[in-house]
Ligand binder design. Structure first.
Ligand SMILES: Cc1ncc(COP(=O)(O)O)c(C=O)c1O
Length: 428
């Protein structure tokens, strides 16, 4: 049947029809096309790893193989292997001093199904989700649940982290506040004092709601990069800061980032028994759990402190070496008069950089007029792919970018900086 029959009406729900693919993936697609055509492009766009540069821990891999050999091939329990949930409970108790029982965890196929579950569970259509930008994918999840969005623009002065005061005017209408620290795309962390103020806001609002018998506002706290902090920067969580936040905090975490295990798809969420229990039926219908052998392997790996510590020590060293080399390189370029800038790396696998190039003339005589022009010039001339903050929903900062080091070797850093300087020097 010809598609023409469907020209004037939608063949899927309005929500799905209007849901778009992530802008990050679009830029990555453009770069991959060039790479497939034989061009050498340094692709620093993706929040993923080159497994040859950053392999998952050997012990974790071996345990995956072992679990398959042991034929753990039937259904895992819907909310996750009991052994893994027990290990996770101890893992966060040992490392974050958080007290959550194994029943307060849901294990998912990466962090995403938990984010999906939290949005659907906390937000009715037309209710409000508040989130800062730049941030990762909140706009898409808000679209899926048909919520209103309150978007908080942040600025370089605050390392692109939202201040509690900027959320205050919107708290009365919010069903969910979506926060992430360390933050993708910026590689910066929420400061303790600021998080403390945010907790106060939420607790005060929920006291009011309790009296009025109104559903509380929840804080989704995505800490999927939390083991990766550098120098004196620390990761804080709302519940350690204020134990009363236990009732209202929905954690997202997983093996994807700090064990470079994006393809193994083991993530988890944890939250107070009362609220997470309500979400288990929804999760069971989604069926978004990781394969049983991966769950068993994750449990065996996480239970071994020595394996975890030695991997994380080395991983942090390797990632931070690249981040700081880039950072220092950008400062050098800035000191030479190029219109670039960068924020000191604090966490995760990202560096926040600025290419303040709008208004400059390219070698072909054309003027750089937009974020898209900057992105394309860097790809075409410097052969370097970066993601603009606009792809993370921020339109107030058109010259700021995320640089991801998950696919690059340390040796490549100087080559990339050389290419960038060469391209910047051609602008007038
Ligand atoms: C902040 C953040 N949360 C969650 C995820 C999802 O992780 P997963 O691959 O485990 O689903 C990502 C992935 O990029 C992320 O950056």
């Amino acid at each position: 049947m010809s598609n023409n029959n469907f020209e004037n009406f939608r063949i899927v729900s309005d929500m799905v029809d209007t849901l778009t693919d992530s802008d990050i993936r679009k830029i990555a697609g453009l770069i991959n096309k060039k790479i497939n055509q034989g061009e050498k492009i340094f692709n620093l766009t993706i929040g993923d790893f080159n497994p040859k540069v950053f392999p998952v821990p050997n012990e974790y891999m071996n345990e995956v193989f072992n679990a398959y050999k042991e034929r753990h091939t039937n259904y895992p329990p819907i909310v996750g292997e009991p052994e893994l949930r027990k290990t996770l409970s101890k893992f966060i108790s040992d490392r974050e001093h958080l007290d959550y029982s194994p029943d307060e965890f849901i294990v998912g196929g990466g962090g995403r199904p938990l984010i999906f579950t939290y949005f659907i569970s906390c937000v009715n259509p037309d209710e409000t989700v508040v989130f800062p930008v730049p941030s990762w994918n909140n706009n898409y999840y808000a679209h899926i649940v048909k919520s209103k969005m309150v978007i908080i623009e942040t600025s370089p002065e605050n390392n692109f982290m939202p201040l509690a005061d900027s959320i205050k005017p919107f708290i009365k209408d919010a069903s969910l506040i979506a926060m992430c620290s360390p933050l993708n795309p910026t590689g910066t962390v929420l400061q303790k004092e600021n998080l403390n103020l945010l907790c106060d806001l939420i607790l005060e609002e929920n006291q009011r709601r309790k009296k009025a018998n109104i559903k509380p506002v929840y804080l989704m706290y995505d800490q999927i990069y939390w083991l990766l902090t550098y120098k004196n920067y620390k990761h804080y969580n709302p519940v350690s800061i204020n134990p009363e936040m236990r009732k209202y905090t929905l954690f997202v975490d997983g093996m994807s980032k700090y064990f470079a295990g994006t393809g193994l798809r083991v993530g988890w969420g944890f939250a107070d028994d009362e609220v997470i229990t309500k979400m288990k039926a929804l999760f069971s219908h989604m069926g978004a759990f990781p394969p049983k052998p991966e769950q068993i392997a994750a449990s065996r790996f996480l239970a071994n402190k020595e394996w975890v510590d030695s991997y994380i020590d080395n991983f942090k060293q390797e990632v931070s070496k690249r981040l700081f080399s880039f950072y220092e390189g950008f400062l050098k370029l800035k000191s030479k008069g190029y219109k670039v800038n960068a924020i000191e790396p604090q966490a995760a696998i990202y560096l926040t950089v600025q290419f303040d190039l709008i208004g400059l003339k390219k070698p072909d005589g054309k003027i750089i007029q937009s974020t898209e022009d900057i992105t394309n010039y860097l790809i075409d001339d410097a052969k370097v792919g970066l993601v603009p903050f606009s792809a993370f929903g921020s339109y107030n900062n058109p010259t700021w970018y995320r640089l991801s080091v998950g696919t690059c070797t340390h040796e490549e850093v100087s080559e990339i900086l050389y290419n960038l300087e060469n391209s910047l020097s051609k602008l007038s």
